[in-house]
Design a binder for this molecule. Structure first.
Ligand SMILES: Cc1ncc(COP(=O)(O)O)c(C=O)c1O
Length: 430
């Protein structure tokens, strides 16, 4: 299910104009949009990329003329810039966010017989990589407010075979890193931060990715630093781990044709690095606009009857027990927890009343407003993990039924946001 959802994602974000849902089916749907409504895509890649067309073409031509197509100065430059931005000693460009996680696990020597604790409410790659190295993913429930690992539950699942904790900074907001690092410290437990959706998001004034043994990032086109195909980054402050990851990125060879480890081909292309390098100077502005868009949604929606901001906003992440759904709310807006900045890769609503999430999705679709369900099936319910220990993870299961992400990309105009808000108003009035 998750993989088919992914195929839809990949198709839609690669299509010019982004993820505009298909035409509405006229009967049984709410009234058609008014004459001014023109639809709002979930994501519009072209509007961001075409604004940089001349610089992107120059970068393409520079790589074309260089004749240098594997690693080299373009990749080095991007790695140096990103390491400095994230505040880490080492950054390596890799083939995808998925391969960055795989490489981290491989560099830590995690494999059969080992357990890795990770959230069940995440994109498949987090858990898939654990299984691919032969280790066992141990799934943990989520905080209903920030959607990240519930640290109290991590504590209960740590055992003698635990080799790593793999928190995800979901939707652009950091997980409770202090809590996770505290649990990892007493034993031989590594921390790999999956920051695919959170490049530049901060926890206590520092960027995510630099807290654990490794941090990993994705340049998948829908990410905040969206590339022109697949790409990713792995970061660390540990020189030995960086050297191991560097070797594993190119078949574990050092020197060439002498293989101390079994690695793979996990390299970032220089062309991708050069194009990403054109977008990087604009990254702070992209983040600023995403924040402004999130603030505008919250301002406009929070005053509507039946709408509440998540109880955890402005507070430390304290997991399920401390963040109950606001009494009687039909729609819960996302918020930023204490000590964090949010980079809003997604603006994710929760609709706790049974059936209302899907009803809102249809309502938006009828008005050609894009939305997406991240994620409809938690990892512990995936068919490929059916052989693992059966666990009951109720928060993640409710999030999978209740969450709906709406357009938040930087170039979204106020008029488009007003259109989304108006559609939500009519939904709540119905
Ligand atoms: C949380 C999370 N982890 C890992 C990945 C994998 O990144 P990529 O698509 O670059 O392989 C993604 C991207 O979709 C993600 O959202």
């Amino acid at each position: 299910m998750e993989s088919s959802r992914r195929e839809v994602d990949e198709e839609s974000v690669l299509r010019p104009g982004g993820a505009i849902p298909g035409p509405p089916s006229p009967p049984a749907l709410a009234p058609a949009p008014g004459p001014s409504a023109s639809g709002v895509p979930l994501l519009d890649l072209n509007v961001q990329n075409m604004a940089l067309e001349p610089e992107l073409k120059t970068a393409f031509e520079r790589v074309l003329r260089s004749g240098h197509f594997i690693l080299g100065p373009e990749v080095d430059r991007l790695e140096t810039e990103l390491a400095s931005r994230i505040g880490v000693r080492h950054a390596l460009g890799v083939s995808s966010g998925t391969d960055a996680i795989l490489l981290a696990l491989m560099a830590l020597g995690i494999g059969p017989g080992d357990e890795v604790i990770c959230p069940t409410f995440t994109f498949f790659a987090t858990a898939g990589c654990v299984a691919r190295v032969g280790a066992t993913p141990v799934f943990v429930d989520s905080c209903p407010s920030c959607f990240n690992l519930d640290v109290a539950q991590v504590a209960r699942r740590i055992g003698p075979r635990t080799r790593a904790i793999l928190p995800v900074h979901l939707f652009g907001q950091a997980a409770d890193l202090d809590g996770i690092l505290e649990l990892a410290r007493p034993g031989d437990v590594a921390v790999i931060e999956d920051g695919a959706q959170a490049l530049g998001a901060q926890y206590k004034g520092r960027c995510v990715g630099g807290f654990g043994d490794f941090g990993t990032f994705s340049f998948f086109p829908s990410k905040n630093l969206g590339g022109f195909g697949d790409g990713g980054l792995i970061v660390t402050n540990d020189g030995n781990l960086a050297a191991r990851a560097r070797d594993l990125r190119a078949h574990g060879a050092r020197p060439k044709y002498h293989h101390k480890y079994v690695g793979g081909n996990f390299r970032l292309d220089p062309l991708q690095a050069a194009l990403l390098g054109v977008k990087l100077p604009h990254y702070d502005e992209y983040s600023r606009r995403r924040r402004a868009n999130a603030a505008y949604y919250t301002e406009r929606l929070a005053s509507l009857p039946g709408v509440a901001v998540t109880a955890g906003a402005g507070r430390a992440c304290e997991g399920a027990a401390a963040a109950p759904a606001p009494e009687g709310a039909r729609m819960i807006l996302p918020g930023t927890h204490q000590d964090r900045t949010h980079i809003w890769n997604q603006y994710t609503l929760r609709l706790p009343v049974a059936g209302e999430r899907d009803a809102l999705r249809s309502h938006l679709q009828a008005r050609r407003i894009g939305s997406e369900i991240y994620y409809p099936v938690p990892m512990h319910r995936q068919e490929c993990f059916a052989d693992l220990e059966r666990v009951d993870l109720p928060v993640a299961e409710s999030l999978a039924r209740q969450c709906l992400s709406i357009p938040i990309y930087p170039e979204l105009s106020r008029r488009q946001q007003d259109e989304v808000v108006a559609a939500i108003c009519t939904f709540l009035e119905s």
